[in-house]
Design a protein around this ligand. Structure first.
Ligand code: ADP
Ligand code: ZN
Length: 526
């Protein structure tokens, strides 16, 4: 009892100063710490860089016993344990990267009460003998990091997280915290339900990342566009995301040939090489890491100055998460996303042809559409993102490409009608290239072979050029005015949204795509 009063009398503020070296709490940290130290459960939603770690590290030091932190990310565990040890905190990790001897040592320390914090992989935590051992020691709290991994709606579902629901019944009275930077409301509710955190207090921080500048541009010449972007960040560290390993390798090689200090990173590389490259990225300044999304989860590099996407992410959540790896230190950071019609159809096909149940596919489609909405909006990007996450941001952030350079919109109703007419009169069996030939009156061999030069639609669209028609078709696909038939090599077909436009009952406003040279707004123009 004396022991207990001695330990609980340690003031959180004091530990924040003396151990962590911070001048004060940030945002809701103070309230969260107070709540958890008092034994409360918490559901904590904070953007990346918001300062989630303190929310469980500090209460672990204030309360008796060891704080158990569940994390799926070995790299993150390693970083945090190292950082904590440097602060004099007795921290350790248990994961598959340890050998039997190291594991035995950690267990011995745990039994002897020699640890303040233990990071553990979820599958290890729920193993029966580990649970039995935990039952015999003092536990300060359970922190479930990356808690969105429990949700099938999330972008990173990990089945082993489902078993964490048992912690509440197995260890009643031990506070549980679920933490995530995943912002979508569906996932939030899923976390609460699946982790059995019905009464946990919700701490919801704003998801705005004011230091991040957002650029989204049409993909015209991706490498050249990327190079122009990188030229604005000489000597700075950043990540370039590509969808496929092949694009990663090719882009990294090309950048190197351009004199940029770039390295490729993807799951196809030998693991030793991968961790050397990861370490180089963490240690060096001015390294451009070209990577598939396999890279980045749990990479705690505060001074990532830019994140570029050469391909469309799978959802608005994924985009937010991936761009969120920039500027964790709060200093200015810039992002660039390049996308085109092919990205849209590819992503839609990946969902349609995936083996998720139909209900999950519906959610995936709506999350992709949310991202496309942000891509195609003519108004503030940040506002569009934050609205999706349930916030009420101001109309203009002044810190995204659309705010800096106004986007024109135009009444595309007539153009869309002509395009739909071309789709219908050619039997809904042709793709954008051929349909554009019809509209422009270009008598290709294929046009002649199908007799499409005889259609009334042939040549009715000469007021727009090929690039403009590409823009119209892309925005039609994004808006669902036409659908892409994956079984027919990208043929466009009509949807229930086509009718009202054809009948003249509805009009359409599209954004006027900027010419290629102007697609990147640039930080200097702030
Ligand atoms: P998250 O896990 O939410 O992405 P972290 O816990 O890694 O965020 O914190 C992000 C950065 O902010 C870290 O460098 C951390 O040291 C710093 N930080 C957190 N809380 C404070 C604070 N109260 N005062 C100053 N710096 C802080
Ligand atoms: Zn804006």
């Amino acid at each position: 009892d004396d022991m207990r009063s001695a330990t609980t009398s340690r003031q959180p503020e004091q530990i924040l100063h003396t151990v962590f070296g911070h001048g004060g709490f940030r945002g809701e940290q103070s309230e969260i710490v107070r709540h958890v130290v008092a034994g409360g459960d918490a559901l904590i939603l904070m953007p990346t860089g918001g300062g989630k770690s303190i929310c469980y590290q500090l209460p672990s030091l204030c309360r008796d016993g060891v704080g158990i932190v569940v994390s799926p990310l070995i790299a993150l565990m390693r970083n945090q344990v190292e950082a904590l040890r440097q602060l004099g905190v007795r921290a350790a990790a248990l994961n598959s990267s340890l050998d039997a001897g190291e594991r035995a040592r950690v267990r011995a320390d745990l039994r002897a009460g020699r640890l303040d914090l233990l990071y553990v992989a979820p599958e290890r935590l729920v193993s029966p003998d580990f649970m039995d051992m935990l039952a015999e020691i003092d536990i300060a709290l359970f922190a479930i990091d990356e808690a969105h991994c429990i949700s099938q709606w999330g972008h990173d579902f990990r089945p082993e997280y489902l078993q964490l629901a048992a912690l509440g019944t197995r260890f009643p009275g031990v506070p549980r915290l679920a933490l995530t930077a995943t912002a979508d409301p569906q996932t939030r509710e899923d976390i609460r339900r699946r982790l059995d955190l019905g009464d946990a207090r919700l701490f919801l921080a704003s998801f705005d990342r004011p230091n991040i500048f957002y650029n989204i541009a049409l993909k015209t010449e991706p490498k050249r566009q990327l190079l122009a972007f990188l030229k604005r960040h000489p000597g700075e560290s950043g990540i370039v995301y590509c969808l496929s390993r092949a694009t990663v390798d090719e882009t990294a090689a090309w950048l190197t040939a351009q004199g940029i200090n770039a390295l490729a990173y993807h799951a196809g590389l030998e693991s030793g090489l991968r961790s050397r490259r990861q370490d180089a990225f963490l240690a060096d300044d001015g390294l451009v890491l070209v990577a598939t999304i396999a890279f980045g989860m749990g990479i705690d590099k505060p001074d990532v100055r830019f994140v570029a996407h050469l391909d469309l992410p799978s959802s608005l959540e994924a985009y937010y998460q991936e761009t969120g790896r920039a500027g964790r230190d709060g200093q200015p950071a810039e992002t660039l996303l390049l996308y085109g019609l092919q990205d849209v159809t590819l992503r839609r096909r990946m969902i349609d042809q995936g083996d998720a149940p139909e209900a999950v596919k519906r959610v995936e489609r709506s999350k992709l559409d949310a991202l496309l909405g942000v891509c195609e909006t003519a108004s503030c990007r940040r506002r569009a993102i934050l609205l999706h996450f349930g916030e009420a941001p101001p109309m203009n952030c002044g810190h995204c490409d659309n705010c800096v350079t106004a986007v024109e919109t135009w009444d595309a109703t007539l153009a869309v009608r002509k395009a739909l007419s071309a789709v219908l009169r050619t039997g809904q069996r042709f793709g954008v290239g051929h349909l554009t030939d019809v509209l422009l009156g270009t008598a290709t061999e294929k046009i002649i072979r199908f007799g499409h030069d005889k259609l009334p639609t042939f040549g009715v669209g000469v007021e727009l050029d090929r690039r403009q028609w590409a823009s119209v078709f892309r925005q039609m696909v994004v808006a669902g005015i036409v659908a892409v038939d994956h079984d027919q090599f990208g043929a466009l077909c009509t949807t229930e949204l086509s009718g009202p436009i054809l009948r003249g009952a509805e009009s359409v406003q599209f954004r006027r795509d900027k010419p290629a040279e102007k697609t990147v707004a640039g930080r200097s123009s702030r």
